[in-house]
Design a protein around this ligand. Structure first.
Ligand code: DAH
Length: 367
């Protein structure tokens, strides 16, 4: 750096000549243009606009010029520095925008990607629905009873007053185990749990028994060789059909909502006398379907069949060691799969048994 001088020194003036200042400016503008990113631009700024840049040094030389030359040189250097400053600012803006653009591309989050590759399963709706049904009765003080899936023929049939000639015993309905002399079957209904309960407990008896049963049915949209029933049995003094009706009405209102009404149709089961089929009013159309002829749930019937029930036949009480003079009782047996199907609009029974986890998870995590 030179100190103030009063004499005209051509050497010192050289960096302030128009051509020199233009060159410094052009060098700077070219470097700015060439800066490919913000880091490069930072260096360019240092080199061409920093304290030790040619233009800054030239600026300092102005003071050393003879007064006559200062104004022009000052103007020239000032304009050059201004141009460089503007170019720097403009380039800075461009590169910042580019950097942000790049960041958005590189750090893009694809929100459609699966966020949890560990697929979560769910309990099977038959399990949760069976528990829900049982809970309704447990809340009334009943107990849950269980029995084996592989059952003695006597408990599955004889104890329940299904005589040796009963058609249900034939090869078309029952899975028999071998050897046949053992008289062992896959239980065809949950009713043998009634017999087991009466044989092992003393009245009063209030039990509910959800479980799996087997029949030699075809496997199609409405049949399966494996399905589920829920059995109920009450044995106490003074039990009548009215208690049966009240208990089942309560269950249905708990499962399908308030205001559900029921009806009995006369029927026959060897283990109950009198026997009935129980229907509930369709919980979707509330019985309006026959008038408007359009309800998918009850198929235009207005009523939905639930299953059989009745007053326990005294012959069954006696066969199972219960004093039929003192006690009376009621029983019922409903299909769980069927109830689940119309409750949730499931069209094909096989969906319940094929094990597709997407079906199960659609029911959510019911505990
Ligand atoms: N066990 C019968 C069946 O599988 C259903 C049934 C009807 C059960 C009447 C009962 C009852 O307890 O009382 O078809």
């Amino acid at each position: 750096m030179s100190g103030p001088n009063s004499e005209y020194d051509p050497v010192q003036v050289t960096p302030l000549e128009a051509v020199e200042v233009d060159r410094m400016r052009d060098d700077a503008l070219a470097a700015i243009d060439a800066a490919a990113d913000l880091a490069a631009l930072k260096q360019v700024r240092q080199a061409h606009a920093g304290d030790r840049s040619p233009l800054a040094l030239a600026n300092r030389e102005i003071g050393a010029l003879p007064p006559a030359a200062r104004k022009e040189a000052g103007l020239r250097v000032g304009q050059a520095r201004g141009a460089v400053g503007q170019a720097l600012a403009a380039r800075q803006e461009v590169l910042e925008a580019a950097a942000e653009e790049q960041m958005l591309v590189e750090e893009t989050v694809d929100v459609t990607l699966p966020w949890d590759r560990q697929a979560r399963g769910a309990r099977h709706p038959i399990t949760t629905f069976s528990e829900r049904i049982a809970d309704v009765f447990v809340a009334m003080g009943w107990e849950v009873a269980e029995g084996p899936l592989i059952e003695a023929e006597w408990l599955n049939f004889d104890a329940l007053n299904l005589g040796p000639d009963h058609p249900a015993r034939t090869m078309q309905d029952t899975f028999w185990t071998e050897p046949a002399e053992d008289h062992v079957v896959l239980r065809t209904h949950t009713s043998p749990v009634q017999a087991r309960t009466m044989l092992t407990r003393t009245p009063p008896i209030y039990v509910v028994c959800p479980g799996r049963v087997f029949r030699t049915d075809e496997y199609d949209a409405t049949h399966s060789p494996v399905f589920h029933q829920v059995e109920g049995l009450v044995i106490d003094e003074g039990i009548t059909m009215a208690h049966l009706r009240g208990s089942l009405d309560h269950m249905l209102q708990a499962l399908f909502g308030p205001g559900i009404t029921t009806r009995f149709r006369p029927s026959y089961f060897p283990f109950t006398e009198p026997s009935a089929e129980m229907d509930m009013v369709c919980f979707v159309c509330r019985g309006a379907a026959p008038a408007v002829d359009s309800c998918r749930t009850c198929r235009g019937e207005g009523w939905i069949e639930l299953g059989g029930c009745g007053v326990v036949n005294p012959r069954v009480l006696t066969a199972c060691g219960v004093d039929a003079e003192r006690y009376t009782g009621f029983a019922f047996g409903f299909g769980i799969d069927r109830m689940l199907m119309f409750r949730h609009g499931i069209e094909d029974l096989r969906d319940l048994f094929e094990g597709d986890v997407r079906f199960t998870t659609a029911f959510g995590q019911e505990i």
